[in-house]
Design a binder for this molecule. Sequence first.
Ligand code: IVH
Length: 776
Amino acid sequence: MSKAVSDPVSNPASNPASAPSSAPSSDRPDVARLTEAAAAAEIAELAGMIADANRAYHGEDAPEITDAEYDALKRRLQAIEARFPALKRPDSPTEAIGAAPSGTFAKVRHAVRMLSLENAFDDEEIAKFDERIRLYLGLGPEAPLWFTAEPKIDGLSLSLRYEGGKLVQAATRGDGEIGENVTANARTVADIPELLTPEAEPPAVLEVRGEVYMSHADFEALNTQQAAAGGKRFANPRNAAAGSLRQLDAGVTAARPLRFFAYAWGEMSAPLAATQSAAIARLKALGFSTNGLTERCDGPSALLAAYRRIEQKRATLGYDIDGVVYKVDDLALQARLGFRSTTPRWAIAHKFPAELAWTRLEAIDIQVGRTGALSPVARLAPVTVGGVVVSNATLHNEDYIAGRSASGEAIRDGKDLRPGDWVQVKRAGDVIPKVVDVDLARRPAGTTPFDFPQCCPECGSPAEREEGDAVRRCTGGLICPAQAVEKLKHFVSRAAFDIDGLGARQIEMFFADPDLGIRDPADIFTLAARDAANLGKLRNRDGFGDRSAGNLFRAIEERRRIGLGRLIFALGIRHVGEVAAQDLARHYGSWEALVAALDSARPAALAHRAADAAEAQERRAAAAEGRRARIAEVRGAAIAAAAPSPDATAAWDDLTGADGIGPVLALSLSDSLANPRERAAIDRLTEMLVIEPPEARATASPVAGKTVVFTGTLEKMTRAEAKARAEALGAKVAGSVSARTDLLVAGPGAGSKAREAARLGIETIDEDAWLRLIGG
Ligand code: IVH
């Protein structure tokens, strides 16, 4: 499969590559001795090699030559052009706008985050989308609710900032918060106006968002041209568009036929309109291309009808779309609905069905992940599925291969999978391809069921399955090299430490090189000092020179200061995702407070683990004896037997009562910090960092930093909206009342929570008082 195109651009010299196939050779003749014919031929050759290097590095994120080799190519071309000026081509890379690709794109912080969309795959999910919105807004089933339906363009998103009607900046999405400055490149795209139409009265500040894409015809022509020039072909129009836009050399982008559809906006000094559809019409009047298939729809049935119409046109549109996007039309309602962590509540992408293909399963490999999971991967005879060549697919876990789940349910009608089988592969959008079916009639003779390993193939430790877990995990922890390296990759990943020039590839190389001594995250922060002391020199290693090593040390140094949420996420603890990490950061406020709370809660965590085991045993016994399980009773007995102190119990209750933190996550976190090997690695790391407290979401608000509990019936808004608004104002919303609760908002019918708050002396107000407090 192709690589994600949104990977950060890192220094090419820090991206060591396979042996350069087109590196400049040192035995080229002296420029002074070149004939004109030889010069012409070499100019063409060098231009091609530079274009290849640009493409490999920017388009495919896979550099083939080092910085120094790239510079040598350019210098040689310059020298020949200087001697034969008549041969210089107008599109010569030596004339390109922008510098040599030795640096990176400048980073741009988006004034308003660029979000992604929730995906839906069937009609039912669309009915639920409508229901959820009505529920959130408190609208009855009959109240009018309008949407727009428009094609989901399969390209890459771009944010264009206009000030005084003039384009001042273009930025890629990046991680949604920080993108890359591609202004010079965007200016070369014909659909992107340099000046907005004055008659349409552009707001003083306007960020227009949309999709950069390439038409099928332009894509084919580009690939033909690439092949003729001996270059690589792009896998699909989206990769071609992304590779073309993310060129450090805007001259290359200018030669690529990119297009742009506007469909959204970010910061603006004045609203564009009152509805989504009117705002799109206004963008059109301002000079943008907008998609003509956009429709207004009055509910799920109309949305689904629009979906079918667009789906029917898909093959003849001339550009790739991968679904239909539905958005609430009324912008005031969009504002009320707001956002979840990464997606708006007011929009959804209804994706087209997955593509299917049959091929041979050549082998089953086992990969060991960050949390020790043994993940089987299907190695397939390459097959094209929906325009992309697929040679690997996920097989999920051992039950999926065996065709039967742990609870005895049949998967694929109980058919198991064996190397040599003919299997059906499914690819839906960007999702990892899956093996979904097997043709038993074509099974070769003499095969036997796949023997899933009971030991870790990487470190030999026993691989075990926990109660109720379909996944077998290596028990080696950080002793297991696969887990250690995957943890490191996670640690440097985008949402974690995001160190420029230190990606998965560099981690693999550093880990494999014992001289560099990179085993734990903390080793990354001692790399520069060890390098200076001559221990494990980075420079002179494949792809690293003085400059790139210096750049890397600087990038690492910049990350010594890190936000608490990012740090917690970066530790790669099972079940602790990005959102939960931020929740934990907000709940505890500092690393010290989090660690102290976890240490204090440990005995209670162990008591709950014992209770979980007792519960599972009771369930089995009850099922065998045909009686009802006495869950509360056995759990209570297990906890009483472990007898955690009141302090431990309070710390545990506080942890599991925190918004977004459940007992499974809490136990996993507790286990990690109580594991001596892991704790030592974490302590060593945190000593080297400056950990920044989380930003309160809105410090000016009277409820910022307060813990609020809602109970009873709310009459002016739904519970979901109340919670989201409180959080947007910087409050923490908890599910139960405890000594840490600051405020209880009680509607009619409030019961035990109100009594508990009264007992603890916690301030209790009604819904109207709450609305007055938060200003509306
Ligand atoms: S709206 C706040 N509309 O799909 C959400 N996105 O999977 C703003 N996309 O990141 C996005 N066509 O790059 C929107 N008509 C469309 C779209 C569209 C394509 C992309 C966009 C987004 C991604 C999410």
